[in-house]
Design a protein around this ligand. Structure first.
Ligand code: G4P
Length: 538
């Protein structure tokens, strides 16, 4: 194949991109992400009968469990991509780990998504992990669509849920659908956009789509089992909210400051039809990305993409390392020769594949919005750009602030070199941040992670891949902030405080660690909060 075969035809790629919706679910563990994912596949036609994904999760062999540590724990540490097609639209669902010890990987996966689907439990509202994930959507100004799950269970009333979302996240929550009956009496959804009422019948274990009667509000109320008082209350609520959606600020939605809200029950398949009808319209297709110089890089330009995730040893027999690439422009074809922006090295992409659980499908072609997984020739890094036309580079993946810290060393003095080398490799893969211990002595290093489970991943991988048994000792820093690259003056000012510690990661990025929340507040006053970054993007 020659390079000209792969040059994109004007307009065609943008047309393909318009048919794609690349999104990630943001939720707190137990809100129903796995169940909803499965039901989206059911309603999207990718599964004929629901039950397998949850069953596999339960039997500790979820489709995306590659690493043995994941199998041992029955959780998914890494992210994979699920694809389904419905009504000529390809949905790429970036699966994010749902365990409470989620990692920076989860946050980085969001950078590859064009929209977020926020799933919240009707009884619990917005929970901690959802808030963290939402912050990344806010940072990137990505639209967020909300699905309020478990409406078949006792929980907040719908208006309370909207207030909860607004208060916790500081956004406007606009209802797009409304539950008919709450808790045990939950039996339908009023579609506030199409002005139709959907009444559902449960199928056994929710394995099949729910039988649905679609009718007008009054007809539906007539058929429902609500009491007269409940019917009247529902009419009143609907009158109050029915024009909110049509008045939704489209710019606010695009920037993630306004979120349309759907209600339902993933387990019972209630409300999924209404949600999917509008998700296609609401979730934006891939847009042109800005390159490093701030110029928009059009979708019809030759192939480009960025690496948002590296995953080593997915197959222990081959010790391979996969790089997950989000396509940003052009057509990707098997055999394409691409340039790695960081090193200028050329690589022929002969074995790309997309991942659906543990099955790897060889991918013949991909378009903006698609995720391709490639073998890492060794020099790919998180955030690397690949391209096939004129040089281009995207800087889209920020450094997220580590929240947990551990001092590490090895008892074996002969393994010190392997300790540094192994940790350097794992930090390049984005598994962990590695720092010099502030004012440290000896051969200790400081590890920083977003979720505590990462320490176990590091320990496991250092032992199995580098033969180094790590000795770990917790360090209780309260918080951390990245500093600007040229920060000598700021560092001078910060160094005068005893409860503030400055160090650098293996790429020489300076970071400041605080013993207490008070120390952070003091530092913000001293050097300005604008110089202390929660996310760093140079
Ligand atoms: P997660 O991936 O966000 O962690 O949540 P997951 O889908 O695993 O769901 C967590 C629990 O909530 C599961 O129950 C699941 O069946 C239940 N669930 C999900 N959606 C709904 C819903 O719409 N209504 C109700 N009532 N429950 C829902 P479990 O007891 O942990 O597991 P299982 O025994 O059902 O397998």
């Amino acid at each position: 194949m020659t390079q000209t075969d792969t040059i994109s035809k004007p307009g065609r790629v943008a047309g393909e991109a318009a048919k794609r919706r690349t999104f990630a679910i943001i939720s707190h563990p137990d809100a129903g992400k796995t169940t909803l994912t499965e039901k989206l596949l059911l309603y999207g036609g990718a599964l004929h009968e629901a039950g397998s994904i949850r069953a596999r999760k339960a039997s500790r062999h979820a489709a995306s469990d590659w690493m043995s540590i994941e199998k041992e724990r029955g959780i998914s540490v890494t992210s994979s991509v699920l694809r389904f097609e419905k009504d000529n639209i390809r949905y790429n669902l970036l699966d994010t780990p749902g365990h409470k010890d989620f990692s920076e990987d989860t946050l980085r996966t969001l950078v590859a998504a064009d929209s977020g689907l926020m799933v919240i439990d009707v009884a619990k509202g917005v929970e901690e992990q959802t808030e963290k994930l939402f912050e990344v959507c806010r940072l990137r100004q990505v639209p967020v669509i909300t699905f309020v799950n478990k409406c078949d269970r006792p929980g907040m009333e719908p208006l309370e849920v909207l207030s909860n979302v607004e208060n916790k996240l500081g956004i406007e929550a606009i209802p797009a659908s409304w539950p008919v009956g709450y808790g045990q009496k939950f039996q339908g959804i009023y579609d506030l956009i199409g002005k139709e009422l959907h009444l559902y019948q449960k199928s056994e274990h929710g394995a099949k789509k729910a039988d649905t009667v679609i009718c007008s509000l009054e007809e539906g109320l007539e058929k429902s089992s609500l009491s007269d008082a409940e019917k009247e209350a529902l009419r009143e609520e609907i009158m109050l909210i029915e024009d909110m959606f049509s008045g939704m600020d489209p710019e606010g939605f695009k920037k993630g400051t306004v979120s349309p809200v759907f209600f339902g029950s993933a387990l019972n398949n209630f409300g999924l039809d209404v949600f999917l009808n509008y998700f296609k319209e609401l979730a934006p297709p891939p847009q042109a990305y800005s390159d490093d110089s701030g110029e928009l890089h059009g979708l019809d330009e030759p192939f480009s993409g960025f690496i948002f995730k590296l995953q080593a040893n997915m197959n222990p027999d081959h010790r391979d390392c996969a790089a997950f690439v989000r396509v940003t422009s052009g057509q990707f074809k098997r055999g394409l020769e691409v340039v790695h922006a960081g090193t200028g090295k050329k690589v022929r992409m002969s074995t790309p594949h997309t991942l659906m659980g543990d099955e790897r499908h060889i991918l013949e072609e991909a378009y903006p919005g698609d995720i391709v997984s490639l073998f890492n020739p060794g020099f790919f890094r998180i955030g690397s750009t690949l391209y096939s036309g004129s040089p281009v580079s995207f800087n889209v993946i920020p450094l997220f602030t580590p929240e947990h810290f551990m001092k590490v060393s090895t008892k074996d003095p002969f393994k010190r070199k392997q300790l540094r080398e192994g940790l350097k490799q794992l930090s390049e893969e984005g598994v962990v941040h590695v720092f010099e211990v502030p004012n440290g002595v000896g051969n200790e290093l400081l590890l920083g992670t977003v979720g505590v489970l990462q320490f176990e991943v590091v320990q496991h991988r250092m032992a199995t891949e580098y033969g180094v048994e790590l000795h770990m000792q917790p360090v209780s820093y309260n918080s951390a902030r990245w500093l600007p690259s040229e920060s000598e003056k700021i560092i001078e000012k910060l160094e005068s405080s005893y409860s503030t510690h400055i160090t650098r990661d293996m790429d020489e990025n300076p970071i400041v660690l605080f013993d207490s929340a008070y120390a952070l507040t003091q530092a913000e006053e001293k050097v300005g909060a604008e110089n202390l970054f929660k996310y760093k993007q140079d």
